[in-house]
Design a protein around this ligand. Structure first.
Ligand code: CU
Length: 313
């Protein structure tokens, strides 16, 4: 079974079970019962749901509210305005919303006479193919097979193959290798270290993404939702620029690692953001594009949870 579909199905089940009365995404709604449930889904041209598209949400004043992968459900406040932004993902490109609007950033004011809002973003899959390894793009010209391994262990990782062009004798593909649990992408078997790469082939070809254990881990420990308990372990971590930090939520509550000092920070989530992480979830923070400075971070579900990540040259 497709791992992402499975994850999305589980996520949907957890969201349905957890969100309506369990917690709120921001302090603004924490004091109130959520009265209005907002669902953001993604679908392709044929109307098939696409799980795993990244969506972020801000309040009308620009304050960061939260983010996560579709299908995303969040408790909203009637009458409140939310700014919802979709992101393209390699060959998968945003097309428009179910109301016909085509701006990837959408402003929605929640009605006061209904208690749910369903938003659906449609995407053009183009010539792309999404799935878990091993996966083969085969359509006329030379085929490309993507595999993944750590040592001699075969991995089933999330990947996207985007076909740029093809003839009978030659094809050009862009491929992407995602991170997986506590594994981090190291290189392709031909030595290329770009996570996203474009290659032109003239015969059927197999390439393997090679993984290593991530250099650093931040665990969100059991009980982290309680201010009396440690929020992150370690709460302060120093890494070398380029290292990957794996975040693992072992708590029963959903959490995030969001850069910034808190929801009122205008730069919140600008440097890094895991999105909403449920029990058992992993996320990865890539530091190659960060500055060599100290970053504060917090949890957008529980802003009292804070930590520091220091990046050194
Ligand atoms: Cu939290």
């Amino acid at each position: 079974m497709n791992r992402l579909f499975l994850a999305a199905a589980m996520l949907a089940a957890i969201l349905t079970a957890t969100i309506p009365f369990g917690y709120a995404l921001s302090p603004a709604t924490a004091q109130e019962q959520p009265e209005h449930e907002v669902t953001v889904t993604a679908s392709d041209e044929a109307g098939e749901e696409i799980p795993g598209m990244w969506v972020s949400i801000r309040l009308a004043d620009g304050e960061y509210f939260g983010s996560g992968y579709t299908p995303l459900v969040f408790p909203g406040t009637p009458g409140e305005t939310y700014i919802i932004k979709t992101e393209d993902y390699d060959g998968v490109r945003f097309q428009g919303w179910e109301d016909g609007s085509t701006n990837s950033t959408r402003t929605v004011t929640l009605a006061t006479d209904t208690n749910s809002t369903a938003l659906d973003a449609s995407y053009d899959l183009g010539e792309s193919m999404r799935g878990t390894t091993p996966i083969t793009y085969e359509d006329g010209g030379p085929s490309l097979t993507v595999e993944a391994a750590m040592g001699n262990q075969t991995l089933n990782i999330w990947t996207v193959i985007d076909r740029q062009s093809s003839t009978e004798s030659e094809a050009t593909y862009t491929v992407y290798a995602g991170n997986y649990q506590n594994h981090t992408f190291a290189s392709w078997d031909d030595g290329d270290t770009n996570r996203t790469r474009t290659l032109t082939i003239s015969e059927n070809t197999t390439i393997t993404a090679e993984y290593v254990e991530a250099e650093h881990t931040i665990v969100i420990p059991f009980g982290a939702f309680d201010p009396a308990n440690p929020p992150y372990e370690p709460a302060e971590l120093s890494v070398e620029k380029g290292d990957t930090v794996v975040v693992h939520n072992v708590d029963v509550a959903p959490h995030s690692v969001t850069s910034g000092t808190g929801p009122e920070d205008a730069t919140a989530a600008n440097a890094f953001e895991t999105g909403l992480m449920f029990e058992g979830d992993y996320a990865h923070i890539e530091t190659a594009d960060l500055d060599a400075v100290e970053y504060d971070y917090y949890c957008f579900v529980h802003p009292f949870m804070t930590g520091k990540l220091t990046v050194t040259e």
